[in-house]
Design a protein around this ligand. Structure first.
Ligand SMILES: Nc1ncnc2c1ncn2[C@@H]1O[C@H](COP(=O)(O)OP(=O)(O)OP(=O)(O)O)[C@@H](O)[C@H]1O
Ligand SMILES: [Mg+2]
Length: 246
């Protein structure tokens, strides 16, 4: 099992109003890698995740998910391999109960009722949300919604997780739980975030986006110690390194 890789080659994307959001991005994530995607507001992080997931279609460049090149033809197959966790859990939770939200993907995959129940229970248990199964998602706290939105993606057994700001809106305790969870996953993970401390904990490798281009791709600690790079890309070092800059 070494085929859960993600490769992006010379990817460009402009929004319909002409904003050039991605300008020749290339990267490759190997099976099981956890990679932080950081950059200032507007750097292109969310656009890159959307383009990788085929939620926007690029003018040029390629996205290769485990050997399948993203196109309108392969989109269905690729979507089954990718789990996209949106910044706002509200974008992912819309059914009457948490169970139904987490069952939505497996049901669409055509699984039997028994298999669906099993997937839902496993996914909720893995995020510590088994007890929320019968609750309506709109009545949950922000941290609970986040956990359920991750379970709703895990229940589809994706190979690769794309996450956009997974820790936003979480209190310190829920953030800590999320960090534990993300660190335990064995999926290939690309995590777009402003939470550089989370990246330091979860991702040995970091990619820095700056105005639609990759400014750096390397060891997380080395990148976060490079004051010149952070300054050029309008980033601040993670809080836990602010006292120990070399
Ligand atoms: N729907 C849109 N239409 C036009 N331009 C857009 C649209 N969405 C984003 N952009 C622009 O594309 C560029 C990249 O935006 P993107 O949302 O990918 O950045 P980001 O790195 O995710 O930022 P943030 O940290 O604020 O989430 C920015 O210049 C942004 O203004
Ligand atoms: Mg964004």
């Amino acid at each position: 099992m070494s085929h859960h890789f993600l490769e992006v080659n010379d990817l460009y994307y402009s929004y319909p109003d002409g904003t050039e959001a991605l300008k020749g991005v290339s990267l490759r994530l190997e099976h099981g890698e956890a990679v932080g995607l950081v950059g200032a507001n507007g750097a292109g992080k969310s656009t890159l995740l959307l383009a990788v997931a085929g939620l926007v279609f690029s003018g040029s460049g390629t996205v290769n998910i485990g050997g399948a090149i993203l196109s309108k033809k392969t989109l269905g197959e690729i979507r089954r391999r990718l789990g996209f966790i949106f910044q706002d859990p509200e974008d992912q939770l819309f059914m009457p109960t948490v169970f139904d939200d987490v069952a939505f993907g497996p049901l669409n995959q055509g699984l039997s009722a028994g298999e669906v129940s099993f997937r839902v229970e496993e996914a909720l248990r893995s995020v510590g949300a088994g007890h929320l199964s019968d609750r309506p998602a709109y009545r949950l706290s922000g941290g609970e919604k986040r956990a359920v939105s991750i379970a709703a993606v895990l229940s589809m057994l994706p190979d690769i997780l794309l996450m956009d700001e997974p820790s936003s809106g979480l209190d310190p305790r829920n953030r800590r739980m999320l960090i534990g969870l993300l660190g335990d996953f064995t999926h290939t993970r690309l995590i777009a975030t402003h939470d550089l401390d989370l990246v330091l904990d979860v991702c040995p490798r970091t990619i820095v986006l700056h105005r639609g281009e990759i400014a750096a791709d390397g060891h997380t600690e080395e990148i976060f110690r490079d004051e010149g790079l952070l300054e050029r890309c309008s980033l601040e070092p993670p809080l836990c390194m602010q006292g120990v800059r070399s």
